[in-house]
Design a protein around this ligand. Sequence first.
Ligand code: ATP
Length: 366
Amino acid sequence: MKVVLQHITKIFPAKGRNAKDTVAANDLDFEIPDGELIALLGPSGCGKSTALNLISGLLKPTEGRIFFGDDDVTDLPPENRGVGLVFQNYALYPHLSVMDNIIFPLGNLRGKEKMSKPEMRAKAHEIAKLVQIDELMERKPAELSGGQQQRVAIARALVKMPRVLLLDEPLSNLDARLRLQTREEIKRIQRETGITTVFVTHDQDEAMSISDRIIVMKTGIVQQIGKPQEVYDSPANLFVANFLGTPPINVFSARVAGEKLYIGSDAVLNVKGAADQEVTATVRPEGFILDENGPFVCKLGGVEVMGRDISVVSTNENSVNPTIRSIISAESRVDTSSPTVRFSLKPNKVFLFSKQTEERINFGTV
Ligand code: ATP
């Protein structure tokens, strides 16, 4: 089921005398293709949950329309939209068994959709198998691990075969290992069912690994939409460049003069077609090449060996952050007795942004 948001805005009116209205969603205008898993990604308060709740029908937009396929669902309540919802806190019924928790939504079906008890049990078993909890059907939620409880919540959301599955930070309550495992599970379940899924997270690793496409948001505004790798490789603005990537991207005050990028007095890269101006230059950690004749000279801070890679920590007075972190192959040798380290830069790992608008400045390399 394709989901379309047309110019959706949600304003929460101010409460209190000096308070201001909150524009939690600002002109959201995008399409989620049928069968895709989309991550809504952004920092706390950027409007991810608001966007999800607008799709679910728990919130009504101030402006704009929402379509599921060709159906305009804007005025439909959540129960008539055909959505499955999973929240961070699983909200299972503690006194009911896993089986009865999963069956629960089927009890509300009416008319020709109404199911007999054996049909419900069969359906619950089918879904429980899919999420791999079919051997726990008689347990109560308190007798399950966090990951198992979350799978019951997903099974309950799936049992009515929703048109759209909506997951709001579903992994936040799980420990690191279980998070990894459960996110793989969610991906598998989504592939197997083919249900269009929206996944809210503030964790960029999670979004990058699980989704077909990510929508990066800030202050209610969509910053960029694309496949995870595309967004990583080609961030539209400084916010997106900063938000994606571990270790984070390195940020410098820099300038373009005569189609060369200068960090301080070092001409670090040819930037064909870029106009002379002050810029913010960013370099991914993997964009540095150790090079004894390299143009970019930094003060060597230290070297951390991390198995496959070496992390070189250095400083430069034009770096916005206190340290520069570069990741290079473990086969490289760093002369730790030297006070400086020299790099050349990989052009496709360097992004320039306007100082004024923070939008990307494109350049070619020669
Ligand atoms: P988090 O990751 O912290 O859950 P989020 O990106 O999901 O954040 P939202 O919960 O969508 O953000 O909130 C977006 C903005 O709207 C925030 O500034 C929040 O304070 C505000 N907001 C959310 N719900 C309401 C409400 N019911 N009334 C007033 N303001 C609200």
